[in-house]
Design a binder for this molecule. Sequence first.
Ligand SMILES: [Zn+2]
Length: 140
Amino acid sequence: MPRQLPASMLQQDSDSRPYWEGLAQGELRIQRCSSCSKAVFYPRSICPHCFSDQLTWMVASGKGTIYTYTVAHQAFGAFAEDVPFVIALVELEEGVRMMTRIIGADRDTLAVGKGVHVTFESVGEDMTLPYFSLIEETRS
Ligand SMILES: [Zn+2]
């Protein structure tokens, strides 16, 4: 389980507030550009693909694949007691990538390209983070 993180680590602004509010409600929200239809993450006010300011919020499926990952054996501050933990770049079905953690998995079973789904972890007062778990594979 992750340690309780200090609330000062959570930086909300008008661009990211819908994202944090979604996490508190068990929704992984990302943006989509109304001009070019591409998904956008992290939260921002201008589309990085076409520079439109017509970004709207949507709820992501919460499913994706491991794009890359590493295991942290040293960490500082609030994270120090969590080691070792898995840091991953997950590519969501919608096409955006997000930095996150993979939890609940034997590290020997992790691999690039494996399917993961979001899980919402309370890490402090009014702070929920999206972590990911491996999608169970059916054995033949
Ligand atoms: Zn766009």
